[in-house]
Ligand binder design. Structure first.
Ligand code: NAP
Ligand code: GLV
Length: 328
């Protein structure tokens, strides 16, 4: 009996060979280059016969791409966020979309704390000044930061990552408030946190931490008006998606000290070009979207993305599906 032909799968960007061993074994894999975004011309020319598409978070999967991929049975994103994918068009076309929730929660929450503590205690400025020869003696008034104990941390989007951040902040003696679209009495009790409306979280927070997905509703949620309503001493932490914050408004807010500082793991645009004004601001710490960047987490994300992909190729339900209504 002739062996069944393995399905053609496009992996948009190269990953370490030992992360994609099973993919190589089970599929005919066409792999894009490292870095960049979207599909190269070579990958595009394979789209018409591709049954599976494994994407990274900067790869747009929109109507034009889907139109050129009539055989596509599954899109699997190696990320929890799926704002790069047109979910409703995938659903209309009967294509399940997979993502990688949970496995990256702890790593991303750890990075949030790292940014928050670094900015609160002005570590990047202190290091730069010391290296520049400005550490002349123990300075009683130098590099004064913000205490966590007694401060109020506002979590915008108390989901998996938001809750993990809240749990990490609690032992520092922080008071927790949060905002979500729906009431979360269980979380209020479990995290000893108070759920408040968005209009209240902004002026009350000493640390405002963003953990919402990027949607039409959350796009520019932090705009000029919001920044104006924050405390002058407040610190903004964005580990969600860049466009949740209006970048131009943030540059003004940091320059003119409407708020004290920001810690950003995500920016708009992304990558942020080296000449961008945000880099010139001492009160802004930027990391290049590394929330989930640990060996363990990234390897597991690749594994979950592969399992979602295999399920789609074999017409099984995806373990982590963004559009389960596709099965109705
Ligand atoms: P999640 O568990 O789904 O949490 C998202 C939370 O946001 C939910 O609790 C949701 O609750 C809330 N939410 C949605 N829209 C809202 C709105 N308009 N106002 C207030 N709350 C809203 O997702 P997660 O795993 O925590 O991930 C969250 C996001 O983090 C991802 O979508 C991704 O963009 C980002 N992320 C970034 C990194 C990084 O490397 N920097 C890593 C992982 C994830 P309600 O529906 O009740 O409102
Ligand atoms: C990272 O940003 C993710 O959404 O997984």
């Amino acid at each position: 009996m002739a062996a069944k032909k393995r399905p053609l799968v496009i992996l948009t960007h190269a990953l370490p060979p030992d992360w994609i061993k099973e993919l190589e074994e089970k599929t005919r894999l066409v792999i894009g280059p490292e870095g960049g975004e979207g599909l190269t011309q070579e990958l595009e020319s394979n789209l018409h016969q591709a049954e599976g598409l494994l994407t990274l978070l900067m790869d747009p999967v929109k109507e034009d791409l889907l139109e050129n991929a009539p055989q596509l049975k599954v899109v699997s994103n190696m990320a929890v966020g799926v704002d790069n994918i047109d979910i409703s068009t995938c659903t209309e076309r009967g294509i399940p979309v997979g993502h990688t929730p949970g496995i990256l929660t702890a790593g991303t929450a750890d990075l949030t704390l790292a940014l928050l503590l670094s900015v609160a205690r002005r570590i990047p400025e202190a290091r730069a000044d010391a290296q520049a020869g400005e550490w002349n003696s123990w300075n009683p008034t130098g590099w004064l930061g913000t205490d966590l104990k007694g401060a109020t941390a506002g979590i915008v989007g108390m989901g998996k990552i938001g809750s993990a951040v809240a749990r990490r902040l609690k032992p520092f003696g922080v008071d927790l408030i949060f905002t979500n679209r729906s009431p979360k009495p269980d979380l209020e009790e479990a995290l000893e946190a108070e759920q408040v409306p968005y209009s209240e979280i902004v002026p009350r927070s000493d640390f405002l931490c963003l953990h919402v997905p990027l949607t039409e509703e959350t796009h520019h949620m932090i705009d000029r008006d919001t920044l104006r309503k924050m405390k002058e001493s407040a610190i903004l932490i964005n580990v969600a998606r860049g466009p949740v914050v209006d970048t131009d408004a943030l540059v003004t807010a940091l320059r003119e000290n409407w708020i004290r500082a920001a810690g950003l793991d995500v920016t708009d645009p992304e990558p942020l070009p080296p000449e961008h004004p945000l880099y010139e601001l001492e009160n802004c710490l930027i990391t290049p979207h590394i929330g989930s960047a640990t060996h363990h987490t990234r390897r597991n994300m690749a594994s979950i993305a592969s399992q979602n992909l295999f399920a789609g190729l074999e017409n099984r339900k995806l373990a982590h599906c963004v559009n389960p209504e596709v099965y109705d």
